[in-house]
Design a protein around this ligand. Structure first.
Ligand code: SF4
Ligand code: SF4
Length: 144
C-alpha cells in the first residue's frame, strides 16, 4: 500500500478521501437488543436495502447508507462554514477517523436479515433464530 493510500485509509488526510464520513449516518439503538421481540423489529428494518445494522461490542446502531445532500461533486462540504457541530468535531481525537472504525467493524455489520439471524442462530445459539432462518429460507425457496 502506498503512503498516500495509507494516509487515506488511516483517515490522516481528508484530501485523499471521498468524504466517506458524509456518506452514511448511524443512529444508536437505545438498549442492547436481547429478546426475540426486539430482534423482530430489527429484522424488519433489515428488509430495507438502505439499512444495515452495526454491532460494536454491546452497542448496536442502525447504519443508514446515503450521501449527505451537502457533499458536492468534488466530494467537499458545500456548507463548510455552516456545517453542524457534529461534523466540525469529527473525527474525535481519542477515537480517530470513523473510516478506520468502519474497517474495524467489518464482520459485525449485518447487511441482511439473514445475516443477523445466522449470527443469532450460530454464535448466540438462539433456537428461535434458527427456526426463523429456516422458515425464511423455505419461504424464499432456498435450501435449508
Ligand atoms: S474524516 Fe471523513 S473525509 Fe476525512 S478521512 Fe475520515 S472519512 Fe474521510
Ligand atoms: S454537512 Fe458537510 S461535513 Fe457534514 S455530513 Fe454533510 S457534507 Fe459532510
Amino acid at each position: 500500500m502506498s503512503k498516500k493510500q495509507e494516509m487515506y485509509f488511516n483517515g490522516e488526510d481528508c484530501r485523499f478521501c471521498n468524504g466517506m464520513c458524509c456518506r452514511y449516518v448511524t443512529i444508536d439503538i437505545e438498549k442492547e437488543p436481547r429478546s426475540e421481540d426486539r430482534f423482530d423489529e430489527i429484522i424488519w428494518w433489515l428488509f430495507n436495502p438502505n439499512i444495515k445494522v452495526l454491532k460494536n461490542g454491546h452497542i448496536w446502531s442502525i447504519l443508514v447508507m446515503g450521501k449527505c445532500e451537502n457533499l458536492n461533486g468534488s466530494d467537499k462540504c458545500a456548507i463548510y462554514e455552516a456545517r453542524p457541530d457534529l461534523c466540525r468535531e469529527y473525527p474525535p481525537e481519542e477515537e480517530g477517523c470513523h473510516f478506520d472504525d468502519i474497517k474495524r467493524l467489518e464482520g459485525t455489520i449485518f447487511n441482511t436479515a439473514e445475516e443477523l439471524l445466522t449470527y443469532l442462530a450460530v454464535d448466540r445459539r438462539k433456537e428461535w433464530a434458527k427456526k426463523r432462518l429456516e422458515n425464511m429460507r423455505k419461504a424464499k425457496n432456498l435450501e435449508v
